[in-house]
Design a protein around this ligand. Structure first.
Ligand SMILES: Cc1ncc(COP(=O)(O)O)c(C=O)c1O
Length: 399
């Protein structure tokens, strides 16, 4: 008998999402009765606002929502997204330039598929969200990491980007506020990077999924608002998941120049077709309806952010830049490595995260999931009491 033909080499090289893996491990331990406190999840712990849920319930009663609808999205939602893009990203777009996707994640995938050709180099500021390198490689591109450490608030400079640029560079990934670091580029930094990309004809894929979650008066100015001439070479990615506590509804979108959106729409017409109509109508309500509950979520995150930053900073050997966006802190924990804690000597943040889970029953995601070792990501999207209790466990472990 001849042996079976091989599996896809391309997919065999893709790793499972590390953040989902840590979260799953924490949930399994919780299910087994261990009192694990998890800072691993990248999702708000609130219920979706009831007026959004009501819109979905109403949509469920309408038989026209039981049918296929246009692959690129329902007109009412595409219009709501165009208005939101104008409002929050300062970019004037027609609804035809919007494609509704199954979460922002599908937009990330489709954006790279749309602009990357085999062998293209994609500049990826690190620490980066764990999905980007895989999505770049699935598009036959080569991710080129540009690392910025805690000393520069995890934000890359134009000088670093320029040093990494070659004649194969065609795309830059720009994410502000960032997952995993929570860093927000200032309007000046954003404009400087935007002008550099414009000068070199480089596409920008800008992931704005956390744009409404900023603190201390910071505003994450969209790179197309900072440099309007970039409109023809920028794809914006966004979604309702993080702002409206709608992670499970799976509604995101991409916005970009008409020719690029045409290609992305063609791809989507073969890949997934339309996103669930009920979820789309709920998302339209989220964008068009009152924003005060979303603002309450933001205020709760801000309170937790201050608490976690101040408590983590009390641990010697941990450096905690003050994150101005998203719902993550990204401490530099190199000062905890190569020292003995409760009989264990971690040499990497991966080993440190294992030690923390084992000894303190606290789940955190190691920096290896987002770039170099030496860091931990903690999401503060969990209840205030748990939030404090978990950090106190770390304070005791590293006392
Ligand atoms: C930076 C970033 N972009 C996009 C997404 C995708 O979000 P979703 O697919 O849930 O809309 C996430 C989710 O964790 C994220 O952190």
């Amino acid at each position: 008998m001849t042996s079976r033909a091989p599996l896809s080499r391309k997919l065999s090289a893709i790793a499972e999402s590390a953040t989902l893996k840590v979260d799953a491990k924490a949930k399994a331990l919780q299910a087994a009765g261990r009192p694990v406190i998890s800072y691993a999840a990248g999702e708000p712990d609130f219920a979706t606002p009831s007026f959004i849920v009501d819109a979905a319930a109403k949509a469920l009663q309408d038989p026209k929502n039981y049918r296929y609808t246009p692959a690129a999205g329902l007109p009412v939602l595409r219009e709501a997204i165009a208005a939101k893009t104008r409002r929050d990203s300062g970019l004037e777009v027609a609804p035809s330039q919007v494609i509704v996707t199954n979460g922002g994640k599908q937009s990330v995938y489709q954006a790279f598929q749309t602009v990357v050709n085999p062998g293209d180099e994609v500049l990826l500021p690190a620490p980066y969200w764990t999905t980007y390198p895989e999505a770049i490689e699935l598009a036959d591109g080569t991710p080129v990491e540009v690392f910025a450490g805690a000393d520069q608030d995890y934000k890359v400079t134009v000088a670093q980007l320029e040093a990494a640029r070659t004649d194969k560079t065609t795309v830059l990934v720009f994410v502000s506020p960032s997952n995993p670091t929570g860093s927000v580029y200032t309007p000046e930094e954003t404009a400087e990077i935007g002008r550099w990309a414009l000068e070199h004809g480089i596409w920008i894929i800008t992931d704005e999924i956390y744009q409404n979650l900023t603190y201390e008066g910071a505003r994450a100015v969209s790179i197309v608002e900072a440099v309007p001439e970039l409109a023809e070479q920028t794809i914006l990615v966004n979604g309702v998941a993080k702002t409206y506590a709608m992670t499970g509804w799976r509604v995101g979108w991409m916005v970009g120049p008409a020719d690029a959106m045409k290609l992305a729409g063609n791809l989507q017409s073969h890949l997934t077709s339309n996103v669930n109509n009920i979820a789309q109508l709920a998302a339209a309500e989220a964008l068009n309806g009152p924003q005060d509950e979303a603002e309450q979520f933001r205020l709760a995150f801000d309170r937790r952010r201050k608490l976690i930053v101040s408590e983590l900073s009390k641990i010697e050997g941990v450096q905690v830049p003050n994150p101005l966006g998203a719902f993550y802190v990204y401490p530099d924990v190199q000062g905890l490595l190569n020292r003995s804690w409760d009989g264990v000597t971690p040499t990497t943040s991966l080993e440190l995260a294992d030690l923390i889970l084992e000894k303190a029953e606290v789940a955190v995601v190691p920096g290896e999931a987002f770039g170099p070792s030496g860091y931990l990501r903690l999401s503060y999207a969990l209840g205030d009491d748990q939030l404090l209790e978990g950090i106190q466990r770390l304070q005791r472990l590293f006392a």
